[in-house]
Design a protein around this ligand. Structure first.
Ligand SMILES: [Zn+2]
Length: 382
């Protein structure tokens, strides 16, 4: 059981509770690894036997003995002495139960495989897991869709992605709602949204999409005349300045937005060098590239002159970006060892902007692919 966060407003707390219930009460969805973040998995786990034991009340006989009002004095005295004896018995019993529990020796109260359970529990039986009011909880979660919230749908209609996330109760609540399927009004295919997911199974729609608010980032060395969507460009400027202030060195970039036709020639160039199979592991086909969203950027480290994409991983800039890019709304989209999900070999240089709130949820949830973050199927191939 996660204690309520005292910092939360009642409205946010209600959303957080609904989110928690949605995870707990929808067995099919919570069985999917995408629904529960790695960090959440670590924190999860139902009540242990010890916790259930703690819920068992004292012998009910004591409570009836305490009610002595209205009895004649002699009867009350008699009852008082019986009560004292009962308390002694109850305390002794509790000590015995405690000793038995301690003798069990396992703090989680669960028997190891093949180990017999020796704990004797007295008093009312613990509520079995199957006895919990699951349908009731599911009903509460079902009504918690942000799509029924006028503030949320208004933010969605306004096109302000940050306002949408805020209306959902933050990045983590937004993610949970989308991944659990209770927010059908949110499209992960809308290329104008910072949460769009493009991969080998999810082409741009339309396939030749071109963002409308492309700008060059200020105060960042651009090795190509390549723009970004305005919010991502502003975030890159801030991130590059912060890296420099932290002593990590200069970060420049090569490629950001690439149009459908540019991507056609980029991909064709890779194919001509190494063949289709190799090209597909490193470069997207036209219409399938994150660069076409205007939300992706390939950075390079510089010290006077600039190094290559392959130098990012081993550079101080690369190390700083791994730890801090999320603070500015960027994630390392193609992480080490996740090719079977993302479809690409690790690219320490390829940053994807998803906005600071979602990037925080991604970072804090321990995610390494956007597919898992949003509960989407793996996209290893076309
Ligand atoms: Zn890239």
């Amino acid at each position: 059981m996660i204690p309520p966060d005292p910092e939360l407003s009642p409205r946010r707390a209600a959303r957080a509770e609904a989110e928690r219930l949605a995870t707990a009460a929808l067995p099919v969805q919570s069985a999917s690894p995408a629904e529960v973040s790695p960090a959440e998995v670590a924190a999860a786990g139902g009540p242990t036997r010890r916790e259930r034991r703690a819920g068992a009340s004292a012998p009910s006989g004591i409570r009836s003995l305490v009610a002595t009002r209205g009895l004649p004095l002699a009867a009350r005295r008699r009852r008082a002495s019986v009560l004292a004896a009962a308390v002694v018995v109850a305390v002794a019993g509790a000590v015995a139960i405690g000793a038995a529990a301690t003798a069990g020796g396992r703090d989680d109260g669960e028997a190891a495989p093949g180990e017999a359970t020796t704990t004797v529990v007295q008093g009312p039986p613990a509520v079995p897991a199957e006895g919990l009011p699951v349908p009731q909880l599911a009903a509460i979660a079902a009504t918690a869709t942000p799509c029924d919230d006028p503030a949320f749908t208004a933010a969605l209609a306004s096109g302000d992605d940050a306002a949408v996330i805020a209306a959902a109760g933050g990045g983590s609540a937004f993610r949970a709602a989308v991944a659990s399927g209770i927010a059908p009004c949110v499209s992960l295919s809308d290329p104008n949204r910072e949460w769009v997911v493009v991969n080998k199974q999810r082409p741009l729609d339309p396939v030749d999409y071109r963002a409308g608010d492309l700008v060059m980032p200020e105060n960042v060395r651009a090795l190509e005349q390549s723009a970004l969507r305005a919010r991502a460009a502003g975030a890159l400027t801030e991130m590059v300045r912060a890296a420099s202030d932290a002593g990590a060195g200069e970060i420049a970039y090569l490629s950001a937005f690439r149009s459908y036709s540019t991507q056609q020639s980029t991909y064709a160039g890779r194919v001509s060098v190494g063949g289709v199979e190799e090209a597909d592991r490193e470069s997207a086909r036209a219409g399938y590239s994150e660069h076409q969203t205007g939300l992706a950027v390939d950075i390079v480290p510089c010290r006077g002159s600039c190094a290559t994409l392959d130098d990012v991983a081993g550079s101080p800039q690369g190390a700083w970006v791994r730890d801090h890019a999320w603070e500015f709304g960027f994630i390392t989209r193609y992480a080490e060892g996740r090719e079977s999900v993302s479809g690409y070999e690790p690219e320490a240089w390829h940053l994807r902007y998803i906005g600071p709130e979602l990037a925080r949820a991604y970072h804090e949830g321990g995610y390494t692919t956007l597919e898992e973050f949003f509960g989407l199927p793996a996209a290893p191939t076309y």
